[in-house]
Design a protein around this ligand. Structure first.
Ligand code: 2P0
Length: 333
């Protein structure tokens, strides 16, 4: 690439069925536990990166607004890492467009850093395969490691005593999953969250008396999840997903001070999902760092469940299926 060329990459968000909640190394973004997600086919982020040899600083525009403060700092820190690895000094012009509400617990940082990692690696001429790209994206935001791949994806925490812990922590596709699942997102709130997931994780690891048990449980959940995905057992995948999410929220709600993302509206949707199950409909809940609820179900049931959610809430309801990994859209002069 020459300095005039622009690399454009697209990545989709992912929703964890087995959650990532807590880091063992903040700088390297190493998680305490493995996590497992499904990449979605909605809300892509498209990011363009162009090198500017004349610029004194990175210029980052997010959804048409010039980034400052924490958003700019995180992007620049990430670009510094890419520059260091590529042995380049030029600053970058970054234009990123989200289609997901930022900060609403629908993981815009996952699609954002996966797209930025791919576009920046291309623009700076950094070689590497998808696994290597996943390690790089992880440094921007943990969950971005998973958005590099499509379908079901597992992110390995890596052994705590690994000689090269950065190398040991990466995501890869779950190749033996036999399940056509969908997610029905019930978007209750689209505003920014009261506590960032980064801060909430920190507080949970440092102060929650339930955290150790959650880690033990989550490891067992992951092993059971692999079996359930391999067997295409929707009911088992759903049940493990729901209890893993509820366990994550319980551990953070026990932190001091408590982190509470669930609202009365969240609990009402959880009640609707429980009632659907009592009627024999296969629907299971998961929630992230926000009040919104995502309903995991078989693809064949998604439209019917979405219709029921629209009847029972005023929320925006979006149906998502399995989506693709990050890809380069174009490299233009
Ligand atoms: C996940 N979440 O597994 C979990 C569940 C939210 C709840 O990953 O600090 O933006 O940038 O590594 O990836 C959201 O946290 O956090 C997240 P950082 P990230 O999807």
């Amino acid at each position: 690439m020459t300095a005039r060329e622009t690399a454009v990459a697209v990545a989709h968000p992912n929703i964890a069925l087995i959650k990532y909640w807590g880091k063992r190394d903040e700088h390297l973004v190493l998680p305490v536990t493995d996590s497992l997600s499904m990449t979605l086919d909605v809300f892509p982020t498209t990011t363009a990166v162009r090198l500017d040899p004349d610029a004194a600083a990175d210029h980052v525009v997010m959804d048409g607004v010039l980034a400052r403060g924490e958003v700019l700092r995180r992007a620049t820190t990430f670009l510094d890492l890419v520059r260091e690895r590529a042995g380049r000094l030029e600053r970058a012009v970054v234009d990123t467009r989200n289609t997901v509400p930022v900060g609403a617990g629908l993981a815009s940082s996952a699609s954002g850093f996966a797209a930025l990692a791919l576009a920046a690696a291309q623009a700076y001429g950094l070689p590497g395969d998808a696994e290597q790209l996943s390690r790089l994206a992880r440094r921007g935001s943990g969950s971005a490691a998973r958005s590099v791949f499509g379908g079901f994806v597992v992110w390995h925490a890596g052994p705590p005593d690994a000689a090269d812990p950065d190398h040991a922590s990466y995501a890869e596709p779950v190749t033996d999953a036999h399940l056509d699942a969908a997610l029905v997102a019930v978007v209750l709130e689209e505003g920014p969250k009261p506590v960032s997931s980064r801060e909430a994780m920190r507080r949970t690891v440092a102060t929650s008396p339930l955290y150790r048990d959650w880690v033990t449980d989550s490891r067992a959940d992951l092993a059971r999840m692999h079996t359930a995905l391999g067997e295409g057992d929707m009911a088992a995948v759903g049940a493990i997903t729901e209890r893993n999410a509820l366990g994550m929220h319980a551990t953070m709600e026990a932190a001091r001070p408590a982190v509470r993302y669930r609202t009365a509206a969240t609990d009402a949707v959880l009640g609707h999902i429980r009632r659907l199950r009592e009627e024999g409909v296969g629907a299971w809940a998961t929630m992230d760092a926000g009040p919104n609820v995502k309903v995991l179900c078989a693809s064949a049931d998604a439209r019917r469940i979405a219709a029921r959610m629209r009847e029972t809430t005023d929320a925006r309801v979006i149906v998502a299926h399995s989506g693709p990994g990050a890809r380069l859209q174009r490299v233009t002069a």
